[in-house]
Design a protein around this ligand. Sequence first.
Ligand SMILES: Cc1cc2nc3c(=O)[nH]c(=O)nc-3n(C[C@H](O)[C@H](O)[C@H](O)COP(=O)(O)OP(=O)(O)OC[C@H]3O[C@@H](n4cnc5c(N)ncnc54)[C@H](O)[C@@H]3O)c2cc1C
Length: 392
Amino acid sequence: MQDSASLHLTPERRMLQEAAREFAMQEVLPLANRLDPARADMPRSLIDQMARLGYFGITIPESEGGMGLGCFEYCLVAEELSRAWMSVGSIIARGNSFMGSQLFTPEQRARVMPRVASGEYLGALALSEPATGSDLASVACRARRDGTGWRITGAKYWCTFADGADFIFLLARTAPPADPRRKHVGISAFLVDKPRGSFPPGLSGSPIPKIGYFGWKTWELAFDDLFVPGEALIGQEGEAFAAFSRGLESYRAHTAARSIGLARGALEDALRYAQERVQFDQPIAQFQAIRFKLAQMATDIEAARQLNYHVCSQIDSGLRCDAEAAMSKLFASEMSERVCSDAMQILGGAGYTTHYAVERYWRDARLTKIFEGTSEIQLRIISDRLLGRVPG
Ligand SMILES: Cc1cc2nc3c(=O)[nH]c(=O)nc-3n(C[C@H](O)[C@H](O)[C@H](O)COP(=O)(O)OP(=O)(O)OC[C@H]3O[C@@H](n4cnc5c(N)ncnc54)[C@H](O)[C@@H]3O)c2cc1C
């Protein structure tokens, strides 16, 4: 399909986009088509290839070993990778999203960022808990001081890549909330080092059976008095929540880009199929019902992409855009599931088989409405901007 004409797409950005597209279509897509049906993990060699391309450090400054680019470039690459396999478009967040957060002190950045940017030190994110999802300020996992370090106790849920990661980025409560209306105070962030491929004593886990987002596992974790050294505390004690929340705009932009990549994959596959499949003596692409569906899908994708470009530009200009980022995430993820479902319809029965990738796009698109803040939470953020906060 023809690329977006956008003033935002400078020659440098187009080059990055084209390189990511070539990598995605030649290296990632064949692996996705083979490994997703087997529910197998993506190979380390693929992660290493992405590391060599610099994809874990797109937004990390050059002085810290990264590419020194912005959220725009990060999302361009994420769209391309997700067009092939969303899990691969997601793994680059290990470097770009939470490393861009304002939590880290300069000393911590100097220690951690070069290793993250190079791909040798990759993380998993442990925010959610069995009883804490959308209301993240309710985290109950605790960390208490013990000599020079900390002891962590509690349960975490939905921690993707916990096994393969070199560290787990964790939110834990270090002080009980003094005021129930200010639950976010007293939450601290930790980087918990762990061996790649296993869990240390004091940490155990089991994979959660999920219906998509294959290529890596998503874990339920139990921290049982796990000791971490003092330097594992990131940023200021008890103040992680606000600093972390300020980085959520780029998380949402990234999820919008992933949604757009999935929808594009579905559209491109449906376009090809509609021109090859013959019924009533003509390619089904000749039927107006199919042509108009394709046209609507392309229009929806382009609208989502342009909104995402706008949000990325705002983020890169240093402007706050929490409501716009929520709109972009909401619009793109809702669009993506709809477009992937329409693509399945165009493929008819073939779309409901694992012979075609459209069913993978659809399963993964379904998730984009749930994680990184559900659609309802995005609507809440947007309506807060419109109406001001209302109780309840
Ligand atoms: C495959 C997968 C991978 C994930 N990976 C990670 C990860 O790596 N790290 C991590 O920390 N988390 C991860 N998550 C967790 C994800 O971010 C949460 O599932 C998500 O934030 C929603 O939380 P919840 O599932 O507890 O739903 P809940 O918060 O329990 O919500 C249930 C329903 O209630 C609605 N709802 C909740 N509050 C409101 C409200 N105020 N107004 C209106 N409606 C509301 C929600 O929109 C939803 O429809 C992952 C989840 C999945 C499914």
